[in-house]
Ligand binder design. Structure first.
Ligand SMILES: Cc1cc2nc3c(=O)[nH]c(=O)nc-3n(C[C@H](O)[C@H](O)[C@H](O)COP(=O)(O)OP(=O)(O)OC[C@H]3O[C@@H](n4cnc5c(N)ncnc54)[C@H](O)[C@@H]3O)c2cc1C
Length: 268
């Protein structure tokens, strides 16, 4: 289907991008376009102005500051896969980006677009919640930092509101992480996913596809029984669809959570 008529703007700085987003009620940031253009084609979204972030190299930077990995929101999955900073500081990010769809999607899709679209089946929202990431959001009133666990508000809704831009994602360094999912086909859409991260005795597991936002649970230990108990205590009421009933998703949530924690425990 053809797109509805839409204005197109290409800012030359991040400040100009924020000004443009704030100047029009119907303005939307355009990152890789892998979700936005598809929902526009389906007429599920009809922005008046697309503010294209693709010529802002400062939003694609990947760097390490102390023990923190700083990822520009426009860094693509392919960039993350090839990044030596990611490999050293938090290799799970590259591993999971390598699971997303196909080469075309990985070449265009960005970490910022993935989290700002917050499709509950996306790989990166639960991962960033489990890793304890922080999102840097810039708007007309300045910059603020939002923990990933507070960033996701609903399907396609995040703390980066109208007129605001996600500029950077900060991820603490670490290696005891894992991501497990049951997918449609080898690299397909997740039916249920779980990201696990261990730090000392602390265990964080974020479960995807069982609610509008990733569900964070913190088992008392990495033992299978503790992980199962924590998932059960979350009282999940997953959606049912053609791929899985609610009961089946609830069952899978426990299974992938246990697998992810076991794999994270074995990581060094
Ligand atoms: C065939 C196919 C299969 C896919 N399979 C998977 C999969 O298995 N797992 C998975 O995780 N994803 C999958 N995706 C989605 C893909 O990862 C998208 O790239 C991603 O969801 C959106 O990223 P994007 O850069 O393309 O963002 P866009 O589509 O450009 O933008 C998405 C939304 O985020 C907003 N936005 C983007 N950047 C910012 C920013 N910096 N600040 C504020 N708002 C912003 C946009 O305004 C828009 O509302 C698939 C996509 C396709 C086409």
């Amino acid at each position: 289907m053809l797109l509805r008529e839409v204005e197109y703007a290409r800012p030359s700085s991040v400040a100009e991008a924020v000004r443009m987003l704030g100047a029009h009620d119907g303005a939307r940031a355009l990152a890789g376009g892998q979700t936005l253009v598809n929902v526009m084609k389906a007429r599920a979204a009809a922005p008046d102005v697309l503010v294209d972030l693709n010529r802002l190299p400062e939003l694609r930077e990947i760097s390490v500051s102390g023990d923190t990995l700083e990822l520009g929101a426009m860094a693509t999955y392919t960039q993350l896969l090839a990044s030596s900073e990611v490999e050293v500081a938090r290799p799970i990010l590259a591993e999971v980006c390598g699971m997303i769809a196909d080469v075309q999607v990985r070449n265009r899709g960005t970490i910022g677009g993935n989290v700002c679209s917050n499709d509950p089946t996306n790989h990166l929202p639960p991962l960033l919640v489990a890793l304890g990431a922080e999102m840097v959001v810039l708007g007309p009133d300045g910059e603020r930092t939002v923990p990933a666990s507070d960033f996701f508000l609903g399907v396609y809704m995040t703390a980066a509101g109208p007129g605001e831009l996600l500029t950077t994602i900060r991820v603490p360094a670490g290696r005891r992480d894992a991501f497990e999912a049951i997918t449609l086909g080898a690299d397909g859409t997740c039916i249920v996913s779980a990201a696990a991260s261990l730090s000392g005795d602390a265990v964080r597991v974020a479960i995807g596809c069982v609610d509008a936002v990733p569900i964070l649970v913190t088992p008392a230990s990495a033992d299978e029984a503790a992980v199962r108990a924590a998932v059960q205590a979350a009282g999940l009421e997953p959606p049912a669809d053609v791929h899985a009933s609610s009961d089946y998703r609830r069952h899978l949530a426990e299974v992938v959570a246990v697998r992810a924690v076991q794999k994270a425990s074995a990581a060094s």
